[in-house]
Design a protein around this ligand. Structure first.
Ligand SMILES: Nc1ncnc2c1ncn2[C@@H]1O[C@H](COP(=O)(O)OP(=O)(O)OP(=O)(O)O)[C@@H](O)[C@H]1O
Length: 609
């Protein structure tokens, strides 16, 4: 008995409560499926004619599927039973013709439908991705990146598989089902009724199974996601795992998650494996019933032998579309919901790129903040920065210092117009920042961040990212100015060395140098720098300092400064605290004031600010 409850030691994956609640909670459904289908239809666009051809093909193949058994039945009644074989040849040829048409139309509908589906999916993917590029930074602030990724990958994949086959299948299943019933009814209503006896049995059997599999598959997905996440984390953090000798802990966690997946996977596959078996069994039962009862009918002369053959064949055909419909409806519904999620990205408001000033406006680099305040959308507390007032002349260097969370990065983001100020006005060269096209503004600004982002591309392409039309000579020149040329030449393929996305094969300092080279290529009027806090070896540190000094020459620079040296060289220092500029002036003036900055300096050891 125990083997039935715990076969091979697998724990039961479902409780009575699970079964009671099964089917009550629906998965995510499209809130407006009509609108979503209309949008997909719009994407079909110039291929609509082809889609109609596909549907005609489906109609022809469904008809051919119905006609085949019908002709066989007629052949039995007309030629085989009376043993009149002379007239049979045309009918056999007709039958062969029908099955050839059946095969060809199936092949063609699949070929064309996949073509249409892939074009639609391509347009959806491209549309969503292009739209994503135009969305404001605040869109990404509010969402998990994994969630956005999932829309562009999983959701689109579901739409793709459904468009490839499910739409055709649902349509052809409905046609086959309706056609079979009509022909059966016209031949013998009573036998039709008997054929349908198995339907309630099928319904209850399916309900019994799906009640279990639905929850189990969901759990299997969750267990798989959990395990994958854990494996990914372990691989990317393997040096930390090793450094803290956490192998045993990780191993235990892996075994637990893996065991859960094994257990739930066992039951999911066991139950779902029942479906074809149950259908097969009930099919055979209906076959036996039709043969038995049909035999009695034929004996009494109510139906012909040919009709019984047609019925047995149709009985088989009858359960297949039922089974398919049951399987496909859910897939189609979740694909529509997926498509809706993808389209919802495209409905998000994009960042405009308009401005009164000419596109090629040459910025000198004067930056003025008048009573600027800003609050992140996700924050409902007080403003992140408040009443910022300053005026920076072209070419000046501003050092921003202050405790973590003071609003230094936010100030820089406002200068690049990643966010719009919620109060006050920002002026660049005397013009309201909103009068510039965002692209004009950003083309003349460059960021050098603490942890620069590198792409999985060659060193050359990574530097070229600063300005896409930069020539190879300009790239080398920029690298030389950034003190990066020497180390690049020592890389296995020099400028053609392909870097890993995380830049793991070059040092943090070298990444900084590349990022400085990128900024040289961009040749911006305004520089936004976030000095690295991590300790870099003194030689590279010196190279970075020199390169930055060279880069800052003649440009307005805002530097989130962590080095005393940087602050010393700045024309103005803003000491930020709680979103305000608490003190400002040259470093000497600030020391003289003996205020926050002087205090920070006293507390810091080793030269940091
Ligand atoms: N994208 C965001 N959404 C919501 N709040 C944010 C966002 N970015 C920053 N904040 C919040 O705004 C405040 C100021 O952050 P900001 O990054 O500007 O400070 P910071 O002075 O640059 O700090 P650090 O030196 O640590 O980088 C913090 O309280 C921070 O939590």
């Amino acid at each position: 008995m125990d083997i039935l409850k715990k076969p091979f030691g697998y724990e039961p994956a479902l409780t009575k409560a699970d079964l009671k609640n099964a089917g009550k909670k629906k998965g995510p459904r499209a809130s407006d499926w009509k609108k979503t289908l209309l949008r997909i239809w719009q994407l079909v666009d110039e291929q609509r004619g082809l889609l109609i051809v596909v549907f005609i093909m489906v109609i022809i193949s469904s008809l051919a599927g119905l006609l085949g058994p019908y002709l066989i039945g007629r052949m039995i009644d007309k030629y085989i039973i009376p043993k009149e074989f002379q007239g049979m040849l045309p009918l056999i040829l007709q039958l062969i013709g029908i099955y050839v048409v059946y095969a060809v139309t199936l092949f063609m509908q699949n070929y064309w439908m996949v073509g249409i589906a892939q074009t639609v999916v391509y347009k959806m993917r491209a549309g969503a991705f292009n739209h994503l590029l135009k969305l404001p930074v605040s869109y990404f602030d509010k969402r998990q990146h994994g969630q956005i990724m999932s829309r562009l990958t999983n959701d689109i994949e579901t739409v793709s598989t459904t468009l490839n086959s499910s739409f055709i299948q649902v349509f052809s299943s409905i046609l086959t089902l309706a056609g079979t019933i009509v022909v059966m009814l016209s031949l013998s209503p009573l036998l039709t009724l008997i054929t349908m006896i198995v339907i309630p049995l099928m319904y209850f059997a399916m309900r019994w199974i799906t009640k279990r599999t639905g929850k189990l598959f969901k759990e299997q997905q969750a267990a798989l996601g959990d395990l994958n996440g854990m494996i990914e984390e372990t691989i990317s953090g393997q040096s930390i795992v090793k450094a803290f000798s956490q192998e045993e802990f990780v191993k235990k966690e892996f075994y637990e998650k893996s065991k859960r997946l094994k257990n739930v996977g066992f039951w999911a596959l066991v139950y779902s494996g029942y479906i074809p078996k149950v259908f097969n069994f009930l099919n055979n039962m209906s076959f036996a019933i039709i043969a038995g009862i049909g035999g009695i009918f034929a004996y009494n002369g109510w139906v012909t032998i040919g009709t019984i053959v047609i019925f047995t064949e149709y009985a088989r055909q009858f359960t297949r579309p039922l089974n398919e419909l049951a399987n496909q409806i859910n897939t189609v519904l979740s694909a529509i919901a997926g498509a809706e999620r993808v389209f919802s990205i495209m409905e998000e408001e994009v960042e405009d790129d308009v401005g009164k000033l000419p596109e090629h406006f040459q910025i000198r680099g004067e930056v003025e903040f008048r009573n600027v305040s800003f609050k992140y959308e996700s924050k409902n507390k007080s403003d992140t920065v408040q009443n910022l007032n300053f005026h920076v002349k072209p070419g000046q260097t501003v050092a921003l210092v202050g405790p973590t969370g003071a609003g230094k990065t936010t100030t820089m983001m406002l200068i690049a117009r990643f966010y719009d100020a919620t109060g006050g006005v920002i002026l660049i060269d005397g013009y309201d920042i909103r009068e510039f096209k965002r692209s004009t503004l950003r083309r003349q600004m460059a960021f050098v961040l603490q942890d620069p982002f590198l792409f999985e591309a060659s060193v050359r392409e990574n530097i070229r990212y600063g300005r896409l039309d930069a020539t190879d000579e300009e790239i080398v020149e920029a690298a030389k100015k950034a003190n990066a040329h020497d180390f690049i030449m020592k890389l296995p393929n020099g400028y053609d060395t392909v870097l890993k996305a995380d830049g793991s094969e070059i040092s943090q300092g070298q990444k900084q140098l590349l990022s400085i080279a990128r900024a040289f290529v961009a040749n911006p009027a305004i520089l936004l720098l976030d000095e690295a806090t991590s300790s870099i070896d003194t030689v590279t540190e010196k190279k970075i300092q020199e390169a930055l000094e060279e880069l800052m020459k003649g440009r307005t620079s805002f530097v989130i400064a962590h080095r005393l040296n940087t602050v010393r060289h700045a024309d103005i220092v803003f000491v930020m605290k709680d979103g305000r500029i608490a003190e400002s002036g040259s470093q000497q003036e600030l020391i003289g004031k003996d205020g926050i900055y002087a205090n920070m300096l006293k507390q810091s050891k080793g030269g940091g600010v």
